[in-house]
Design a protein around this ligand. Structure first.
Ligand code: PLP
Length: 387
């Protein structure tokens, strides 16, 4: 099957039932029925591939997972209730007590909590590397290091990590390379092409794209996904069939939506770069981005997240947010609605000042998740709020 991304996103459907439906129906059922005891035995023994129970699989979650597997060029996958349950289950399945992780410092807030608060309960510790110290990763490797973990682009610093370089380090030291590909979506970047073993998405963001449902998905090498599947099948973080149905429909429009998100984001980034009250703008496809060349190498477009710093620090940052009229102040991202946040006073307020600065979050940093409204309307809103 050599179909392109857009075609896979639309035509990769579950089998039709006797009703000849054109669009996949919703299978709200917790379990599935067997013809006889032999079929039931063979199914539980995994001699026969079929649905047993929706914690294990369901036609809607299978359709959703199959699409992401095809889009990412992976071998296999499993869908989760949220992005965080996807991340936690990956660690739960692949790590043993005493193992060690190396991660980029700028990671999603709850991932940071996993690394610093929860995984240490099982004596699993994490060392961070800074974006400008990527050549020092090797010095952090210990005999028990098992995973090299990164986001790219990172949340919220919008740093870009060189996936090819990370892969060469992981290969050399036999580490599993795990990439949280949430900000890029499978449309903009496929880490598996650069050697990643596992790719994780929060489907809550651009994959849903309309701020409706939560979801997560992990795809990658067959033998690793098998472990993650068995762990999840027994611990129960499965995606709901309803959410899978919504998300699978969302994937049908992912390519056109993300194209437009990126077009709007680039225009907004260019507008901000020329504004006198803005110190700096960070957007992967602006030439001024420190890792612009790497972004161009591994991403199709720059994504929908723009970060910028307002002159005057924390008070000016909050004042700017208070003057916004059209855009939303909200914790989500990747919605059709443009969302503006101030990480220092919200998502990353639990970090110390030093930790925040090391993560690239200054007091005046504002993050915009650019939506699909008409771009001039978004720019006008930002313009009047900056005034
Ligand atoms: C939102 C997010 C997550 C967590 O996803 P949920 O669906 O909210 O659990 C993980 N990683 C990144 C980069 C995110 O933006």
């Amino acid at each position: 099957m050599n179909y392109h991304f857009e075609t896979l996103a639309i035509r990769n459907q579950s089998e039709r039932t006797q009703f000849s439906e054109h669009s996949s129906p919703l299978y709200l059922t917790s379990s599935f029925v067997f013809e006889d005891s032999e079929e039931m035995r063979a199914s539980f023994a995994e001699e026969k591939e079929r649905n047993l129970y929706s914690r294990f699989s369901n036609p809607n979650t299978t359709e959703f997972v199959n699409k992401i597997v095809a889009m990412e060029g992976a071998e296999s996958g499993y869908a989760f209730a949220t992005g965080m349950s996807a991340i936690f289950s990956t660690f739960g399945a692949l790590l043993n007590a005493g193992d060690h992780i190396i991660s980029c410092r700028s990671v999603f807030g709850s991932t940071h909590s996993l690394f610093t608060k929860y995984l240490p309960k099982w004596n699993i510790n994490t060392n961070y590397f800074n974006i400008n110290e990527i050549d020092q990763i090797e010095s952090l490797i210990q005999p028990n290091t098992k995973i090299l973990y990164a986001e790219s682009p990172t949340n919220p610093a919008i740093d870009i990590l060189d996936l090819e370089l990370l892969n060469s380090i992981a290969q050399k030291h036999k580490l599993l390379l795990i990439i949280d590909n949430c900000f890029a979506t499978p449309y903009l970047q496929n880490p598996i092409k650069f050697g990643a073993d596992i790719v994780i998405h929060s489907a809550t963001k651009l994959i849903d794209g309309q701020g409706r449902v939560l979801g997560g998905v992990v795809v990658g090498k067959e033998e690793l996904i098998r472990e993650i599947y068995l762990f999840s099948r027994n611990t129960g973080p499965a995606m709901s069939p309803f959410n899978a149905w919504v998300l699978s429909k969302s994937l049908e429009t992912l390519a056109v939506r993300v194209e437009k998100h990126c077009e709007n984001a680039l225009k907004i980034a260019e507008f901000l770069e020329n504004h006198s009250k803005v110190n700096y703008v960070k957007y992967p496809f602006l030439k001024s981005h420190p890792q612009y060349e790497i972004a161009k190498k591994q991403m199709k477009l720059g994504g929908n997240i723009v970060a910028f710093q307002i002159n005057g620090g924390i008070e000016k940052g909050k004042q700017f947010l208070d003057n916004i009229k059209l855009c939303s102040l909200s914790a989500n991202l990747g919605d059709t609605r443009t969302i503006i946040t101030h990480p220092a006073s919200t998502t990353h307020s639990k970090l110390s000042n030093d930790e925040r600065l090391e993560t690239g979050i200054s007091d005046g940093l504002v993050r915009i998740s650019v939506g699909l409204e008409y771009v001039d309307d978004i720019i006008d809103d930002i313009k009047q709020a900056l005034k």
